[in-house]
Design a protein around this ligand. Structure first.
Ligand SMILES: Nc1nc2c(ncn2[C@@H]2O[C@H](COP(=O)(O)OP(=O)(O)O)[C@@H](O)[C@H]2O)c(=O)[nH]1
Ligand SMILES: [Mg+2]
Length: 266
């Protein structure tokens, strides 16, 4: 089901089977209007990186467009999954690929144009030079911003991040951000496990796991631009899940218990 060329066709070298050091994972669900533009911007910004589109049988035909794009570009592959299974699990599938194929860095980026791929060279360079286990494209550090968000959404994101930060005693300002560069070894070191939390909670959990295990996290200011086309897949249930899980983790930690249960394998 995947549109892939055999790795042997590409030069071996900088770690991965394809020679690229970074794998950019681009999860899509009904992003037919934006995927071409976002992919084009990624290829211009970081032409040396490989891209893995993870599409969950989008009813709007995003998967077919992805196949077309992959057929025209040897640096792009598609992982087709049979049904919508959430952002967290799409990323886990991409991370497993990055680990298995020996990439040094794996990138999370939305396919809706909210995250500017032009920031990626700076973010990957930071991961290299700090060196960092996780570089977060952050809205809530000096220099960061959100564009075209109503005050309520802004307040929920800011308030939610402040709450999670306090509850988890984290130093990260934007725990829910979905624009990230991970050092793959930091994902391999997470005890091999992660709970199957969704959306924002997945992002909070991964950052917190890395922080708790002594990993180095650096925040790089970005301007997050609200999507111009398509619809957000986030909903109140996902915000609610993040709230209760963060609360439960914070309480467990204070009671001296291990807060992060064993779940899906990375
Ligand atoms: N493969 C896959 N991608 C998803 C799923 N849910 C969301 N996405 C993608 O994940 C990214 C972030 O979702 P989005 O709806 O933009 O969330 P928001 O930015 O918080 O509003 C987008 O590229 C979506 O297409 C899913 O269930 N499966
Ligand atoms: Mg988005």
């Amino acid at each position: 089901m995947t549109a892939e060329r055999p790795p042997a066709e590409r030069p071996a070298g900088r770690g991965s089977m394809t020679g690229a050091s970074a794998l950019i994972v681009l999860p899509t669900y009904n992003e037919a209007e934006s995927i071409r533009g976002v992919l084009a911007r990624i290829r211009v910004a970081v032409p040396e990186a490989d891209v893995l589109i993870v599409d969950d049988a989008s009813p709007d035909g995003t998967g077919a467009i992805a196949d077309e794009l992959a057929a025209a570009d040897p640096g792009v592959r598609v992982l087709h999954r049979p049904e919508k299974d959430g952002l967290g699990s799409a990323y886990l599938a991409g991370f497993a690929r990055a680990l298995g194929e020996g990439y040094r860095f794996v990138v999370e980026i939305d396919a809706d144009g909210s995250h500017d791929p032009a920031e990626l060279p700076a973010m990957i360079a930071l991961a290299e030079s700090e060196p960092a286990d996780l570089v977060i494209g952050s809205r809530w550090v000096p220099g960061g911003s959100v564009v075209n968000w109503p005050w309520l959404r802004r307040a929920i994101s800011r308030g939610g991040n402040r709450y999670a930060r306090g509850m988890l005693r984290s130093r990260v300002q934007d725990l829910t951000a979905g624009f990230r560069v991970y050092r793959t070894t930091a994902l391999a070191g997470l005890d091999g496990t992660v709970v199957s939390s969704h959306g924002y909670c997945f992002q909070v959990e991964l950052a917190w796991r890395i922080e708790r295990t002594g990993g180095r996290i650096v925040e790089h200011p970005i301007a997050f631009v609200e999507r111009a086309t398509g619809r957000s897949k986030m909903h109140a249930g996902i915000v609610g899940e993040a709230l209760w899980r963060v609360t439960a983790w914070g309480v467990s930690t204070r009671l001296g218990r291990e807060p992060l249960p064993v779940g899906e394998r990375v």
